[in-house]
Design a protein around this ligand. Structure first.
Ligand code: ADP
Ligand code: MG
Length: 618
């Protein structure tokens, strides 16, 4: 492992090793670097000239994993063990996805709670973090193969609208893949950097970034001033992209050829072939006016005009989003200085025309739209490495700052390499009925268990009024000011009781210590994340046991004795599982208990609603 040196005063990293830029996309992922000789950003390509790795993971019967084009072949024929669109699951609970559950052709565990979503493949449970890490491992492997040197540091991009939990999940995926994630960068920011916008310190530019990928559409309005990127507004549709164009073409052909729906249900191979052919046709039409092909013995044709008609409704929708984004930013289209096209689907000529027409100016399409985010990530990596002398590095936090949560886990509020000043807040709740105090322990470091990190402070928020577990809302906020002083405040929002403390995180911390802490976090990344996974699985199981038991004792008279017996058995088995260190077993037993209690919980809910309608209460 290479040595990491950080200049505490400037936060700059001093090392020789190359830092890669990674675009971890919903549809495709790729890696870029700054070319060591000509200092230009370039994407890394395999011998076949392909830079894009489809963000798809396939598990075979033996449990071995393939990622990318290989995995893509199984999308329709083996939907249960072929995972796509993992990015949509990052930092999400099942409740967040409920409305779209039919979108996922693999098994997303429906546990009806706020806890993070899990995916079941065969007998094993996977978190979106683990699944994303498989994609990152593949990218890392490819980069090492192409560069012929170890790759351990990266900048990874995320959509501008990603929240704290989604960003943290992306960091964790990087860590699990053995990557030191130096920074999480917004995709529109990266795209602007790739075009060199805002690289001059004296200019202020307002930039619209139109990103139409495979499954998502985002429009972001940025203001860049003195090297600082501010997101003025974002808008979009998380279920609109090139895939919709492909499906539109498939439907068109099915109609034209008189292919029966049932035929496609039985003959999955044909469905897959049609879908791939449709994408081929679409791409062909980006540079030609006519497409002719064949799939499953059917002669297929499409010309550009027909295609443009098919996608018009989608295109109109994206322009509608652009209008909304401008309105939210309080700007008119004339006030936009630059328009940047991002995403493979902006290669479609009519898309380009529509965007250009709406903003009334030429758009940036000089770089490949599906590469521009990765290229920008590489530019950001280079700036962080201190190689880009045009760019002044702002003060940053050398180590992450967070608090201890259940099971001794570290919950990061301000990630390392954040700009100073910086602030963050998160809500927590009580674990026990009537709990009237909460201990806030503040730590610094990159490890998943607080015991392996550096303790900065501890205080007690007391005087929380008695209420049932889970009802109190304690907001913990961190504010690190320009002098590097961290103010930590805890406030119970229902009652208003609060308590705060100040510390200087850098006090008494040497460069060598920071270096050692960083190195250890990468060395222990795998076991740390495993420990976190098991602690979280157990905590979730424990919570389920408590709520189930409370539910049973309250509703005893409404339940069948058979139901109570089965539930008690499942609770006992889950308790047993918790006493082991087998994460999959804990998750399996949690799921089983959920399955048993769901039907009667729903039934009681229905009855409660019915009787409320009748005006009596139960
Ligand atoms: P994401 O950001 O969602 O991971 P990309 O930016 O890589 O995805 O965009 C992928 C989408 O771009 C796919 O729907 C793909 O079919 C489409 N695409 C790629 N090349 C072309 C092309 N030449 N013409 C039209 N669409 C294209
Ligand atoms: Mg993208």
């Amino acid at each position: 492992m290479g040595k990491i040196a950080i200049n505490i005063a400037t936060g700059s990293l001093q090392q020789q090793e190359m830092i890669v830029g990674i675009d971890l996309g919903t549809t495709n992922s790729l890696v870029a670097i700054i070319h060591p000789e000509n200092r230009q950003p370039v994407v890394l390509k395999e011998h076949d000239g392909n830079a894009l790795v489809p963000s798809i993971i396939h598990f075979d019967k033996m449990g071995s994993i393939t990622v990318g084009d290989e995995a893509r072949k199984y999308l329709i024929t083996e939907p249960q063990n072929t995972i796509f669109s993992v990015k949509r699951l990052m930092g999400k609970s099942y409740n967040d996805l409920k409305e779209r559950s039919s979108f996922f052709t693999y098994k997303v565990i429906d546990d009806n709670t706020e806890s993070l979503v899990k995916i079941l493949v065969g007998e094993k449970f996977y978190s979106p973090v683990e699944l994303s890490s498989y994609i990152l491992v593949e990218l890392k492997k490819r980069a090492e193969h192409i560069l012929k040197t170890p790759v351990t540091k990266a900048v990874i991009t995320v959509p501008a609208y990603f929240n704290d939990a989604q960003r943290q999940a992306t960091r964790d995926a990087g860590k699990l893949a053995g990557l030191d994630v130096l920074r999480i960068v917004n995709e529109p920011t990266a795209a602007s950097l790739a075009y060199g916008l805002g690289m001059r310190n004296d200019e202020t530019r307002t930039v619209a970034v139109y990103d139409l990928g495979g499954g998502t559409f985002d429009i972001s309005i940025l203001r860049i001033s003195n090297g600082i990127f501010e997101v003025l507004s974002t808008n979009g549709d998380t279920y609109l992209g090139g895939d919709d164009f492909d499906l539109g073409i498939v439907k068109y052909w099915i109609n034209q050829q008189g292919i029966k729906e049932e035929e496609l249900m039985v003959h999955k191979g044909l469905a897959q072939e049609l879908r791939l052919k449709a994408e081929e046709a679409k791409k062909h039409l980006s540079s030609n006016t006519k497409f002719k092909g064949e799939a499953g013995g059917e002669q297929l044709e499409l010309n550009r005009g027909e295609f443009e008609n098919l996608i018009k409704p989608f295109l109109d929708k994206t322009i509608e989003c652009c209008k909304n984004a401008l309105a939210d930013a309080g700007l008119s289209s004339k006030e936009i200085d630059e328009v940047v096209l991002v995403g493979g689907s902006t290669r479609v000529p009519v898309v380009k025309e529509a965007v250009s027409k709406f903003f009334g100016r030429d758009v940036h399409d000089e770089l490949n739209p599906d590469e521009v985010v990765a290229l920008g990530a590489a530019v950001q990596a280079d700036i962080l490495a201190g190689n880009n002398k045009d760019f002044l590095l702002l003060d940053i936090t050398p180590l992450s700052l967070g608090i201890e949560t259940m099971g001794g886990l570290m919950d990061v509020l301000i990630p390392r390499n954040s700009k100073i000043p910086s602030k963050a807040a998160r809500q927590y709740t009580t674990q026990k009925d009537g709990q009237n105090g909460m201990r806030i322990s503040v730590y610094q470091g990159e490890r998943d268990l607080v015991n392996d990190n550096r303790k900065l402070a501890e205080f007690n928020l007391s005087g929380i009024p008695a209420m049932p577990a889970g009802l109190a809302k304690v907001e913990v906020s961190f504010l690190i000011n320009a002098d590097g002083i961290l103010n930590i405040k805890a406030k119970e929002l229902r009652s208003g009781v609060e308590q705060s403390i100040e510390v200087k995180p850098q006090y008494g911390l040497t460069d060598a210590e920071v270096e050692k802490m960083l190195a250890e976090s990468i060395q222990h990344a795998k076991e740390d994340i495993q420990t976190r996974a098991i602690v979280e699985a157990k905590a979730e199981a424990q919570l389920l046991i408590e709520t189930t038991e409370r539910f049973i004792s309250k509703n005893q008279s409404f339940l069948l004795s058979e139901e109570i017996k089965r539930t008690n058995n499942a609770v006992a088995e889950l308790r047993e599982a918790i006493s082991t260190n087998d994460k999959d077993l804990v998750q399996k037993k949690t799921e089983e208990l959920n399955e048993i209690s769901r039907p009667y919980a729903e039934r009681l809910m229905d009855e409660a609603i019915k009787s409320t309608l009748k005006g009596k209460s139960i």
